[in-house]
Write a protein that binds this ligand. Structure first.
Ligand SMILES: Nc1ncnc2c1ncn2[C@@H]1O[C@H](COP(=O)(O)OP(=O)(O)O)[C@@H](O)[C@H]1O
Ligand SMILES: O=C(O)C1=C[C@@H](OP(=O)(O)O)[C@@H](O)[C@H](O)C1
Ligand SMILES: [Mg+2]
Length: 188
């Protein structure tokens, strides 16, 4: 495994918000946390923020009010996070690309990194799908990945494959892509 710590220790800053996009289980939440810790960046998980603001877990929002309602509040909170003065690494929810307005928000304020994963590997990573109402089962997940693939691709400024790779290795590639694109810069 490639260890990021030695190469990347030090202070880095983001010049604009970075949005991690990709299917459920791609590792958006894990990669945002790991990268933020190693590089000393501010980060936030859009789903966790939404749950905090709404005082309900996502599974309950879907069960009580349905997906359209969830998507409306997802857009509202995404825009709010994108506009914040403190520039962050933002782990989005896997369905963020379903609304063109969300893609517009991410592109007008920041930079998107698409973390690719196969449905089969995502299912191995998240055997308990209770908190992810749209994962349902492997057949639905395979179909959803296929349907969403063109949306992720169209929305992506950069692409990093995660299948068969560990989080530190993925983070190293994400960091390199962000440095190459000029979005991530070293300050000391
Ligand atoms: N590269 C990886 N290899 C193995 N397990 C992973 C990897 N990335 C994430 N995981 C695990 O998969 C699960 C889902 O990861 P998470 O970061 O929540 O994905 P997402 O936010 O994209 O849905 C978690 O249990 C996490 O520890
Ligand atoms: O793909 C989706 O439609 C969703 C993904 C989830 O986030 P993760 O991708 O972090 O699991 C969460 O936003 C919600 O359950 C809907
Ligand atoms: Mg997540």
């Amino acid at each position: 495994m490639i260890c990021m710590a030695d190469e990347y220790q030090g202070k880095y800053k983001l010049l604009k918000p970075v949005f991690l996009i990709g299917f459920m289980g791609a590792g958006k939440t894990s990669v945002a946390q790991y990268l933020a810790n190693v590089l000393g960046l501010a980060s936030i998980d859009a789903d966790e923020y939404l749950e905090l603001m709404e005082d309900r877990v996502i599974a309950d929002i879907f069960a009580e009010d349905g997906e359209d309602y969830f998507r409306d509040i997802e857009t509202r909170h995404l825009e709010e996070l994108a506009k914040r003065k403190l520039v962050r690494l933002i782990a989005t929810g896997g369905g963020v690309i379903k609304r063109p307005a969300n893609i517009e928000i991410m592109h007008s304020y920041g930079y998107t990194v698409y973390l690719g994963v196969t449905a089969d590997e995502a299912a191995e990573r998240i055997p308990n799908t209770e908190s992810r109402p749209l994962f349902k089962n492997i057949d639905v997940a395979r179909k959803t990945v296929l349907e969403r693939m063109p949306l992720y691709e169209a929305a992506a400024d950069a692409y990093v494959e995660t299948t068969g790779r560990k989080v530190p290795d993925i983070c190293r590639e994400v960091a390199l892509r962000l440095i190459d694109s000029g979005v991530l810069v070293k300050v000391s």
